[in-house]
Ligand binder design. Structure first.
Ligand SMILES: [Zn+2]
Length: 438
């Protein structure tokens, strides 16, 4: 955190105060020539540059981002750091994908040296893409969690992560037990949860790889440590859904398995949520748990189409997840592009305002971190991304003819990627500037 400093950033400021689904354009705040004033790494105020500049002490350091968009840093609600090196692996759907690619890749994280190397690259890649908060799966190995938290702490990044719990239906070398997963998770919570900007998430991979005894342990960990998060996968692939029905014959649905073990609660995030029914969506909404919409992953693995419209109508908290390595990009802009197409396939429009809300404040609300990140409310940590309208010739050409903010945002999500990220600031400090990592 930058200490005892006053900084100001001038550019087009855009953030969201609420969900455009309910409020429409009023949910979005924009200052064409705006100023973001940051004191000690936190937002002090935002407003029109002309007005605020007149009031600032003359020695204030002002960074000139005029002509560029300054948005709150992106919140990625579902990603696997250990799968960085298997992104773009060919040919499989979920269950064979796990068997053929994921398990062999994750086995290597037994080696702390390897874990540290991948974690460093992973965190820098988040920053290159404008992501400043992420909810992350590590592997079954305790040291894999240490590595990703250390890498995040070194860059002051807000990170939620946890050790995968997995005691059946996986290779012996990746298997823990209910007791060992409880002990390892407890130790990691003690070491990391609440340290700076780091938070712990209890992380059973998905119901098929956890025994009932282990799912009970997961709930016990949450009960014993209020404020700790939970993450898992649900209803991603039809074959997986059928398998869960066989493994848990008493269950009403896949989501019901987690519900029965009291795992639907606030700060719980379920990736995918594709093959759900209205009852499931009602339970997600009522429990305060969130769904992570992982569009590129769902298309890449042929899993199915998430229905953002039904989720919104049911009042489910929704965030965006890249789900690397089944997801095909670290870029939230690329992921929003695919999210829009998925909604189109379901006959719905995902408006650019709602898309960027989901990637910022919506994600922060999914994680119950909206008291500290997600928009430019005074007091929040000054995490932000600077988008460059001249990033590519085509983007520049299209934007030159596009004055309206919503249309401009739509072009950033349709044509943009990491090249559009001019800079990423964490707690006010530039942690990525295009072309160089600081
Ligand atoms: Zn995943």
């Amino acid at each position: 955190m930058v200490e005892q400093t006053l900084q100001a950033f001038r550019g087009t400021l855009v953030d969201f105060v609420d969900d455009p689904q309910a409020l429409g354009e009023r949910a979005c705040r924009c200052f064409d020539d705006g100023l973001l004033v940051v004191r000690d790494g936190r937002v002090a105020e935002i407003g029109p540059a002309a007005e605020l500049l007149a009031r600032l002490p003359p020695q204030t350091a002002i960074t000139d981002y005029r002509g560029r968009l300054i948005l709150p840093g992106f919140v990625d609600t579902h990603i696997h750091y250990a799968q960085t090196d298997m992104i773009g692996s060919y040919g499989e759907q979920l269950l064979a994908w796990l068997e053929n690619y994921t398990f062999p890749t994750e086995r290597a994280f037994e080696d702390p040296q390897h874990a540290r190397e991948v974690a460093g690259f992973f965190i820098d890649e988040l920053l290159r893409n404008g992501t400043t908060t992420a909810m992350v799966f590590a592997t079954v190995h305790r040291q894999s969690v240490d590595a990703v938290f250390e890498a995040a702490a070194a860059r002051d990044l807000c990170l939620v992560a946890g050790k995968v719990m997995m005691d059946r239906n996986c290779p012996e070398s990746l298997r823990d037990t209910p007791a060992s997963s409880y002990e390892d998770s407890s130790a990691l919570i003690e070491r990391w949860h609440g340290r700076g900007r780091l938070r712990y998430a209890v992380t059973p991979r998905f119901a098929p790889t956890s025994s009932e005894a282990q799912l009970q342990m997961a709930a016990r960990l949450l009960d014993e440590h209020p404020g700790v998060f939970f993450q898992s996968h649900v209803a991603e692939n039809p074959q997986e859904v059928r398998w869960v029905a066989e493994l848990f014959p008493w269950s009403r649905s896949y989501l019901d398995v987690y519900d029965r073990f009291h795992l639907l609660r606030e700060r719980a995030v379920f990736a995918h949520c594709i093959h759900l029914d209205a009852h499931d969506r009602g339970r997600l909404a009522a429990s305060g748990a969130a769904a992570s919409f992982c569009a590129t992953s769902n298309l890449f693995l042929g899993s199915g189409l998430f229905d953002p419209q039904s989720a919104a109508e049911a009042g489910v908290r929704v965030g965006i997840g890249t789900d690397v390595g089944a997801g095909t990009s670290f870029s939230m802009l690329r992921t929003l592009d695919e999210s829009y197409k998925v909604a189109q396939m379901g006959g719905h429009r995902l408006s650019p305002l709602r898309a960027f809300y989901l990637a910022t404040l919506g994600g922060a609300r999914s994680l119950y971190l909206d008291d500290t990140v997600g928009n430019f409310e005074p007091g929040k940590v000054a995490d932000f991304v600077v988008l460059d309208p001249a990033a590519t010739p085509l983007l520049e050409r299209r934007l030159a003819r596009t004055p309206a903010l919503a249309d401009r945002l739509f072009l950033f999500m349709t044509l943009g990627d990491d090249r559009a990220v001019a800079a990423t600031h964490v707690a006010g400090r530039a942690r990525h500037v295009r072309g160089a990592l600081l």
